[in-house]
Design a protein around this ligand. Structure first.
Ligand code: MG
Length: 367
């Protein structure tokens, strides 16, 4: 017999938000951010999930995952998650598949909390009532004035840590990297910690030399000094500097993070709920990090991370990423506010967010 809470519809949409100007980090340029949303319905209640990804994710959800999830009981999330992952066996688990599973899994968690009429943070269980965020952006494409304005904005919001991009043009501009870092260091003084993210732009030797220079500037966090696939390289850099080395933003599974932690590659594990197959796997990956005595930091998608970041004891902070901070109020209603550098958890049911009707103007074809 079909459960009264059987999932009866999966609606998929794609939105494209242009950036105000072309943006770049150390190893990639972009001019827009794509969000693929999922609305899952059961018992007349709708839950919302999404991923920051490519429009191709929408086709994968519509063509494969929607059929897998439809008809399953909305309360049985482990079963839905496992069925979706198994259905994608031949497609490969990392990347787009995990982005797609994430969007559905997040929608189903929101749906379950709404069916139970509780905030999602209560369904997960809280170990904190607010979630610390750090300001993140500082693209290599910004001039000094724009960088200054951005950093001042984070300080005004109460952030006690800020992060900028370095590794410009695959590590070919090391002096500009250091000059920009020095600029931010001078700007924030003792008001905030300074973090840098090279997005894998340096070679191992160069990363070790740059890490020494960043140490001298008082930088506390060096993210992806080399490719996050190069675990030995990360471990080498880590042994070479005082700053914490962090990576993990592309990680998709417990196996990925088990290998990263076992290699002593990082001081803090970055987890992205939109890339690691949703809240279900995010919580498991945080437990993997905990088993190695490591903290986790949520990567991007700040509004989505609020409830799950409140649920794990070994959280360091959530990345308040400028592109997503800008677009989330355009895409959504109910985005959690940041007060005094802390994201405030909603008392509304689910994660508290619904699609903003005005977001139609950013709607794209393909789902
Ligand atoms: Mg990064």
């Amino acid at each position: 017999m079909k459960a009264a809470t059987a999932i009866d519809a999966i609606d998929v949409r794609t939105y494209v938000f242009p950036t105000p100007q072309p943006e770049a980090d150390g190893t990639l340029q972009w001019s827009a951010t794509t969000a693929v949303t999922v609305q899952a319905t059961a018992g007349g209640v709708t839950g919302l999930g999404w991923s920051y990804t490519d429009a191709a994710t929408a086709y994968l959800i519509t063509g494969t995952l929607a059929d897998v999830a439809t008809g399953r009981d909305a309360f049985d999330l482990p079963g839905s998650w496992e069925a979706m992952v198994r259905a994608c066996r031949n497609l490969g688990r990392p990347g787009l598949v995990s982005h797609a599973v994430a969007a559905v899994d997040i929608a189903l968690w929101d749906l379950k909390a709404r069916l139970l009429e509780v905030p999602l943070s209560k369904l997960f269980g809280r170990c904190r009532d607010t979630v610390p965020v750090y300001g993140s952006g500082g693209f290599t494409t910004l001039d000094d004035d724009d960088l200054t304005e951005q950093v001042e904005g984070w300080l005004a919001a109460g952030c006690n840590a800020v992060k900028i991009k370095v590794g410009e043009s695959w590590g070919s501009q090391p002096q500009r990297d250091l000059r920009r870092t020095q600029h931010v260091r001078s700007l924030v003084g003792d008001r905030a910690a300074v973090m840098v993210d090279a997005n894998g732009g340096y070679s191992v030797g160069q990363a070790c030399r740059m890490a020494t220079a960043y140490d001298d500037l008082g930088v506390v966090w060096i993210e992806e000094p080399v490719s996050s696939d190069h675990l030995d390289g990360l471990a080498t850099v880590r042994a070479h500097c005082r700053a914490d080395v962090a990576a993990g933003e592309y990680g998709d599974s417990v196996f990925y993070f088990r290998a990263m932690c076992a290699a002593d590659a990082v001081d803090c594990v970055q987890l992205d709920v939109t890339r690691c197959a949703g809240y279900t796997e995010w919580l498991r990956c945080a437990a993997v990090a905990a088993s190695h005595g490591l903290q986790v930091s949520a990567h991007c998608a700040p509004a989505l991370h609020a409830p799950v970041a409140a649920a794990v004891p070994n959280l360091r902070h959530v990345e308040w990423f400028v592109d997503h901070v800008r677009l989330e109020p355009l895409l959504l209603q109910g985005v959690p506010s940041v007060i005094g550098g802390e994201m405030v958890l909603t008392d509304a049911v689910g994660h508290g967010m619904t699609l903003n009707p005005d977001a139609e103007r950013w709607r794209s074809g393909g789902g």
